[in-house]
Design a protein. Structure first.
Length: 100
């Protein structure tokens, strides 16, 4: 018991109230509370990931809008799409599908 008391006295002599306050502040900001630094870092990573997804979907939307405008304005592109993707044919026409 004397040994523990002696260690406590040594630690107490090296600490002052400012270091204790600083240590409590650091513990509170990193580990306790609703808005810790750790949560903030995690949320920032999630925000960056979602912003990248927004950029990707915005580009896809623009590409799809251009394709839709081309299909609405040009009958040849509409026919080409129907023939290539949906394998539609004209009457009295044969279709050969070649698998690679």
């Amino acid at each position: 018991m004397k040994r523990i008391f002696k260690i406590f006295q040594q630690v107490k002599s090296k600490l002052n109230k400012y270091w204790v306050a600083f240590g409590l502040f650091v513990i509170f900001t990193f580990f306790l509370g609703d808005s810790t630094i750790y949560k903030r870092i995690i949320y920032d990573q999630q925000i960056n990931q979602l912003e990248k997804e927004i950029d990707i979907f915005t580009k896809q939307k623009e590409e799809n809008q251009q394709k839709l405008d081309a299909l609405r304005s040009d009958n040849e592109s509409l026919e080409r799409l129907a023939r290539e993707q949906y394998q539609m044919i004209r009457p009295n026409e044969e279709l050969f599908i070649i698998k690679e």
